[in-house]
Design a binder for this molecule. Structure first.
Ligand code: S3P
Length: 439
């Protein structure tokens, strides 16, 4: 386990290109593996999680090549034209819930037996949520008490109409990926509009699907996907991951004279609730340019903080679901706001890579903060001065990074134990932190 020491900083200055979006990288990797032809992806996430998806696609018969390095790195995936092979080994999803859940939908209709395994954290995460719709479609799968390892006995699937009981883009994606290959037209509704990268990615790879709802972000919609569709390879650039950028966005808000420019940032409206909440807290954004590629918005933004510092904000209801990955870092900066941050309706945080409510509480306590913990959230008053402490990442990437940000405004040194977890989504995080925040 590695330790990173983070010292108090005085400012954050500079520009940054964050790694390619983790969610989009998974989806492009999986659809490329199923498609006919060779997909070329620039700015594919450098994180360990999307690498797990690539390794699974290789095990399923796709060929994966990495060409070049750094910003010039390209991942080339030659697909299986719709015919996965039976893997010789279990499909190792590592720490990645996205890989395990979405891949289950993708492979369930293929005529082989598959075993999906993961690390200790992944083995603790709920998988019943995908078994339910997939088995309604005819999938045959065994779980152990609702958890991995998962064994799938591939068999043809049929369409269903499904109402997603919990807002989860991973569950939605598992159903869409299975529906793409089923007989009939699968439809599903979501009461909270979760990230829609799968919808855009499916269309980019040539699939047809429709969304019926007049409403915008946050409204109830029904998605329909006809089965028996074939995919064609694409050339694409993965937009920067706004959930990784969140750490630096929050860090920038901690210092009155910060100035941060984020290039090539994914600005899909189902992911930008963070910018709205940071705006409520007191962030000032300048959008320097925005363009669209394969349905995804990519832009350059400049951020600093309004005079008077950070106010406070309440995050509840659908907003909690839309900000689920950003809640740990928002909680970590909450003590430095004036009015505090209240997070409720976020019970899902307890079943992420760790119990993120419990770990945020443990680490806030270590840094001397006072707050109230609820089953579904945290109420963290503002105007608190934290002190350096020993942080337990719990091997959770977002906890390691969130508390590195809290450490920037604490008194004294902070040690992040289990800092290597950052590499799950953002291997360059601690290097970027030292570059942008001289300590
Ligand atoms: C993801 C969806 C979210 C999110 C995860 C990535 C995705 O999970 O927390 O980091 O790529 O679809 P849920 O679908 O479990 O909410």
């Amino acid at each position: 386990m590695s330790i990173e020491v983070v010292r108090p900083a005085r400012t954050l200055q500079g520009s940054l290109t964050v790694p390619g979006d983790k969610s989009i990288s998974h989806r492009y990797a999986m659809l490329a593996g199923l498609a006919e032809g060779t997909t070329r992806l620039s700015n594919f996430s450098t994180g360990a999680d999307p690498a797990s998806s690539l390794a699974c696609m290789e095990a399923l018969g796709a060929s994966v090549k990495t060409i070049g390095e750094g910003p010039a790195r390209i991942i080339e995936i030659s697909g299986t034209s719709g015919n996965f092979v039976e893997p010789e080994q279990p499909l190792d999803c590592g720490n990645s819930g996205s890989t395990m859940r979405m891949l289950s939908g993708l492979i369930a209709p293929h005529p082989h037996t598959f075993t999906l395994i993961g690390d200790h954290s992944l083995t603790l995460r709920p998988m019943e949520r995908i078994r339910k719709p997939l088995s309604q479609m005819g999938a045959r799968m065994d779980l152990i008490d609702g958890h991995a390892p998962i064994t799938i006995y591939g068999t043809p699937l049929h369409a269903i109409d499904f109402d997603t009981p919990i807002p989860s883009a991973q569950v939605k994606t598992a159903v869409l990926f299975a529906g793409l290959q089923a007989t009939g037209t699968t439809s599903l509704s979501e009461s909270v509009r979760t990230r829609d990268h799968s919808e855009h990615a499916l269309r980019a790879f040539g699939a047809t699907l429709t969304r019926t709802s007049a409403g915008g972000v946050g409204s109830i919609a029904r998605l329909s996907i006809p089965g028996g569709q074939k995919l064609k390879a694409i050339d694409a650039t993965v937009p920067g991951d706004i959930s990784s950028a969140a750490f630096f966005l929050c860090a920038a808000l901690l210092f009155p004279d910060s100035n941060l420019v984020l290039d090539s940032l994914g600005m899909n409206p189902t992911r930008t609730a963070l910018l709205d909440v940071l705006g409520l807290l007191g962030a000032k954004f300048k959008v320097l340019n925005v363009e669209e590629a394969h349905g995804e918005m990519i832009g350059t933004i400049q951020v600093n903080v309004a005079p008077g510092g950070l106010k406070g904000v309440d995050i509840t209801g659908a907003l909690s679901a839309m900000l689920i990955d950003e809640l740990p870092v928002l909680a970590a900066i909450a003590p430095y706001t004036r009015d505090g941050i209240r997070i409720r309706d976020a019970k899902e945080l307890r079943v992420k890579e760790s119990d993120r409510i419990a770990l945020v509480a443990k680490n806030l306590t270590a840094m001397g903060a006072t707050f109230t913990e609820y089953e579904d959230g945290l109420d963290i008053p503002g105007n608190q001065q934290l002190h350096g402490a020993q942080i337990d990442s719990g091997t959770d990437h977002r906890i390691a990074m969130a508390f590195a940000i809290a450490a920037l405004r604490a008194t004294g040194e902070t040690e992040i134990h289990g800092a290597e977890a950052a590499a799950i989504s953002f291997p360059e995080f601690f290097t970027n932190l030292r570059e942008l925040c001289p300590q």
